[in-house]
Write a protein that binds this ligand. Structure first.
Ligand code: DC
Length: 221
C-alpha cells in the first residue's frame, strides 16, 4: 500500500512539532518528530560524559532509538527507557545539535525514519526530511519564522520554568543552533527547491495549522 508522506522542515523554534502534531491529528496521520530522535542521542552523549563525535561513532551500535505512538502521541525510547520527558532542556538541545552533525548518527536514524514513513501515513518534521529522508514526499513544506520571533515564543514558554534564561540568552541559543544546523557538512538545513515556504512570523498558531492543512488537501484531493 502506498502511504502518504508529508515532509516539514525548518529551523529550531519555528513551531514545526506542535503544528505538525495538530495537522496530523486532524487528518488521522501519525506525526513523527525526528528532532526527538537526535535529542535522545544527545541525552546519551551527555549521560556518558559529553562524548566526542569519535566516541559516539564508536558506540553507535549501543545506542538503540525507537519510537512508540501511544494515542497519537510519540514517545521516544533510548535503550529501552522512555526518555520523552528528559529531552527538552537547553543542555540536551545543544547536545542534540552537536551529535546531529556526526555522520554515523544520521545514518543510524535514517533507516528507521524511512521505515516508519513506508508503513504509515505520516507528517514527519525535521531538518533534512524533504532533502534526504523523503525526497519523494507527496508534499514538502519549509516552515520558518524570524530568529527574533522564534526567540520571543520560546522565551514566553520558558518563563513558567525555574531558572528561566534571559531573552538575549534564548536568542543567542537559537542563532547558535541555526548556525550549526545550516552549516554542517552532512544533511544541512536547506529549503528544498520543491518545498512550499510558510513564514509564520506574523501568523497565529491556528492560522498556520489551517494554511498547512489546506496545502495538504490541495495536493491530495
Ligand atoms: O527539532 P529539534 O529542535 O527538536 O531538533 C533537535 C536537533 O536535532 C536540532 O539541533 C537539529 C537536529 N535535527 C537534525 O539534524 N535533523 C532532523 N531531521 C531533526 C533534527
Amino acid at each position: 500500500m502506498k502511504t502518504i508522506n508529508i515532509a516539514i522542515d525548518g529551523p529550531s523554534g519555528a513551531g514545526k512539532s506542535s503544528i505538525s502534531k495538530a495537522v496530523a491529528g486532524d487528518l488521522g496521520f501519525i506525526h513523527v518528530d525526528t528532532g526527538a530522535m537526535y535529542r535522545a542521542i544527545g541525552l546519551f552523549a551527555l549521560r556518558n560524559g559529553c562524548l566526542t563525535p569519535e566516541q559516539i561513532t564508536e558506540r553507535i551500535d549501543e545506542i538503540e532509538v525507537e519510537l512508540k505512538f501511544i494515542g497519537g502521541s510519540q514517545r521516544v525510547m533510548l535503550c529501552g527507557e522512555d526518555v520523552t520527558d528528559y529531552i527538552r532542556s537547553p543542555e540536551v538541545s545543544m547536545s542534540a545539535s552537536k551529535v546531529s552533525a556526526v555522520p554515523a548518527v544520521r545514518a543510524h536514524l535514517l533507516d528507521l525514519q524511512k521505515k516508519i514513513a513506508s508503513e504509515n501515513n505520516i507528517i514527519m518534521d525535521g531538518r533534512d526530511i524533504g532533502s534526504v529522508v523523503l525526497p519523494h514526499a507527496d508534499l514538502k513544506i519549509f516552515l520558518t519564522a524570524s530568529a527574533e520571533e522564534r526567540a520571543s515564543r520560546r522565551y514566553l514558554e520558558l518563563q513558567e520554568k525555574p531558572d528561566c534564561p534571559t531573552y538575549e540568552e534564548v536568542l543567542n541559543d537559537i542563532r547558535r543552533r541555526d548556525d550549526n544546523d545550516m552549516h554542517r557538512e552532512i544533511a544541512p538545513l536547506i529549503q528544498p527547491e520543491d518545498a512550499v515556504l510558510v513564514d509564520s512570523s506574523r501568523m497565529g498558531f491556528n492560522e498556520v495549522v489551517e494554511k498547512i492543512t489546506a496545502l495538504i488537501h490541495e495536493k491530495l484531493d
